[in-house]
Design a protein around this ligand. Structure first.
Ligand SMILES: N[C@@H](CCC[C@H](N)C(=O)O)C(=O)O
Length: 284
């Protein structure tokens, strides 16, 4: 098998390997994806983004986590892929199809990219939860490392999220409680876990433990979920800046209740994955 070209990108340090499979197909096994995602032995990434042909959009974006599981949405990754496609076409706007639906992205001032991530889905089956429950106040508490998290908002941005509003997000031992929430029996498809503190000025401090990837520098869909949850609970009323470990994202909601996320999309380098690393991959 020939070496496979890739583009390494990141959104606020949430990093991706982008494979362009629009003209020749490639299918990687979960085992190969895990090997590639390994930061010591592989290329290293939070998510692998594979661009596939689409009849309705510039591409279909497949999303795989570094543990080999697949995902329905990736906000930071969508901005990165949008940047590539906007540069390729020279257009002002682009459509990207994804497992969670068709997303539209456009250039924003300062070299940033805005993505319409769609409306949050708040039905308990949409998340999904294991049983019927008020998703605005989920009957869930986890306790570990001297910290108790309870009463999250659960919603889907195309992928499942649990958002806990806490006094001090910095004080939460996310590396301990994150995995407990991710794999709680209430979430049959597992969940991304966000801990958020709303500040007096209306901005939000957010830390995210991602399903299938662990704590990341930033999670775009987690940021959208947190902003949506804050709006639904009336903790913020208008546009808001959300500060992640890797930096800020700017959030807004349009009249249709869709979440608009603006932030950077950075290209790190272009490389090639060698044949040995791709053992188990099938290409055509
Ligand atoms: N980093 C992403 C989220 C990727 C998918 C997530 N880990 C999941 O499994 O749902 C983002 O920027 O949204």
């Amino acid at each position: 098998m020939n070496p496979l070209p890739f583009i390494k990108m990141h959104g606020l340090g949430n990093d991706f390997v982008v494979l362009d499979a629009r003209r020749h197909s490639i299918a990687l096994t979960p085992e190969t994806i895990r090997r590639l995602g390994d930061r010591r032995r592989g290329v290293g990434f939070d998510q692998l983004l594979t661009l596939l042909p689409s009849d309705d959009a510039a591409c279909y974006m497949r999303i795989d986590n570094s543990d080999g599981s697949s995902a329905g949405a990736c906000g930071n990754g969508t901005r990165c892929v949008a940047r590539l496609l906007l540069e390729e076409s020279g257009a002002a706007e682009v459509g990207i199809d994804s497992p969670g639906g068709l997303l539209r992205a456009r250039r924003a001032p300062g070299g940033l990219v805005t993505v319409n991530m769609g409306a949050p889905r708040t039905g308990w089956r949409d998340v999904p939860l294991a049983r019927e429950m008020d998703t605005l106040h989920v009957d869930l508490a986890v306790e570990a490392g001297g910290c108790r998290l309870s009463d999250p908002v659960a919603l889907s941005m195309g992928n499942p999220h649990a958002v806990f509003f806490v006094d001090d997000a910095e004080a939460v031992p996310l590396e301990v409680v994150g995995p407990l929430v991710e794999r709680h029996e209430l979430f049959p498809d597992r969940a991304n876990c966000s801990v958020a503190s709303v500040r007096a000025d209306g901005s939000i401090r957010l830390r995210v433990f991602e399903r299938g990837a662990g704590i990341t520098q930033a999670c775009g869909s987690g940021t959208c979920a947190t902003y949506a949850a804050a709006r639904l609970r009336d903790l913020v009323q208008g546009p808001a800046r959300i500060d992640l470990d890797g930096g800020p994202l700017w959030m807004d909601m349009n009249d249709q209740g869709e979440i608009l996320m603006t932030g950077p999309a950075s290209l790190s380098y272009r490389g090639e994955i060698d044949a040995e690393m791709l053992a188990g991959a099938e290409a055509a």
